[in-house]
Design a protein. Structure first.
Length: 94
């Protein structure tokens, strides 16, 4: 959660206890909001890997907490490259 700790603000909500992290995407600057149940944040802070500590948080939201990249920008950055590679490979066999 390197990005969330340094670039996001958060609020604590009680009953049930959870944390709401709010911050901008590093690419598009659109505000993102991620809600983390308190026990899951505690599990992460005490050493569990983020994917094990936060099963209720989506992979996209966990990635935002780590890198600051929203799901839309992540898709634009990485899916398009994968498609280009696949297109290049398929043209070799035509």
């Amino acid at each position: 959660m390197r990005y969330a700790d340094s670039c996001c603000s958060y609020i604590e909500i009680y009953d049930p206890q959870r944390y709401v992290f709010i911050g901008p995407c590093v690419s598009c600057k659109q505000e993102q909001t991620v809600i983390i149940p308190a026990p899951e944040l505690y599990a992460y802070r005490t050493g569990k890997l983020i994917q094990q500590a936060m099963p209720s948080v989506s992979a996209d939201d966990r990635e935002f907490l780590i890198s600051g990249i929203c799901p839309t920008c992540w898709g634009k950055m990485f899916n398009s490259k994968e498609e280009l590679v696949l297109d290049d490979l398929s043209s070799d066999y035509d």
